[in-house]
Design a protein around this ligand. Structure first.
Ligand code: PLP
Length: 225
């Protein structure tokens, strides 16, 4: 595995407006340092404990993204430093993030995760739940969070037509809510979709952030997704 080469070959093929988040879950700080030394400082993790440990050990100019399911009682551990939370899927979680952001006197950027896969196992808000959240007074009154876009995960399948259709549905939802709920807000512009096996399709469909793990760091040998 040549991490440096993997990163540059991916980056060379990304359009300029697409951001690469290197997903380093299960990989050691020593391995992650290879990405850092290659000049890549945007990293993502899916578990709070791992994220906090790596934040402590690694250089402080790394931009950390949280991409996995987040429990409300764990927000406090990442609130001081997290750059973007991709996986917000309830009003309750958003309220907690807002509260912790206030304590740290900062604004935390978030994406709302939408359920686009046909699989039932994936997390995310339904379109109805999304609109309910956006319509709530609590949402409108939060001062220290900024919803900068949406995130979605496609079904784990070889059927790339299905994957494409699921990504397209996320983009349609994004367009539909942008004017109604975020009209005039320049910051609502991100669509986080696409992983190692499907990021090219995601970009064709309009992704602005891709989250790539195994194509950079190699396969993960434990049973984690
Ligand atoms: C693990 C993970 C990724 C990266 O997956 P790869 O297939 O290794 O690229 C992206 N997004 C989330 C939410 C993940 O948990």
């Amino acid at each position: 595995m040549n991490i440096k080469e993997n990163i540059s070959s991916i980056k060379n093929n990304l359009p300029g407006h697409v951001k690469l988040v290197a997903i380093s879950k299960t990989k050691s700080p020593e391995i992650i340092m290879q990405a850092y030394q290659a000049g890549h400082k945007i990293l993502g993790e899916n578990k709070v404990q791992e994220l906090v440990e790596k934040y402590a050990k690694l250089p402080k100019d790394i931009e950390w993204h949280m991409v996995g399911h987040l429990q409300t009682n764990k927000v406090k551990y990442i609130a001081s430093f997290i750059h973007l939370i991709h996986s917000v899927e309830s009003l309750k979680l958003l309220l907690t993030i807002n509260k912790e952001a206030i304590k740290h006197n900062r604004t935390i950027d978030c994406l709302l995760q939408v359920h686009i896969a046909q699989e039932e196992t994936k997390f995310g808000l339904s379109n109805e739940e999304l609109k309910e959240l956006l319509n709530s007074d609590e949402f409108k009154n939060m001062t220290n969070i900024r919803v900068v876009g949406l995130m979605g995960m496609a079904t784990f399948t070889d059927d790339m037509d299905q994957v494409r259709a699921e990504f397209r549905s996320l983009v349609n939802t994004f367009k539909e809510i942008k004017d109604i709920y975020f009209g005039g807000n320049e910051y609502f512009k991100e669509i986080s979709m696409g992983m190692s096996d499907d990021y090219r399709i995601a970009i064709e469909e309009g992704s602005t952030i891709v989250r790539i793990g195994s194509s950079i760091f190699g396969a993960r040998y434990c049973n984690v997704k």
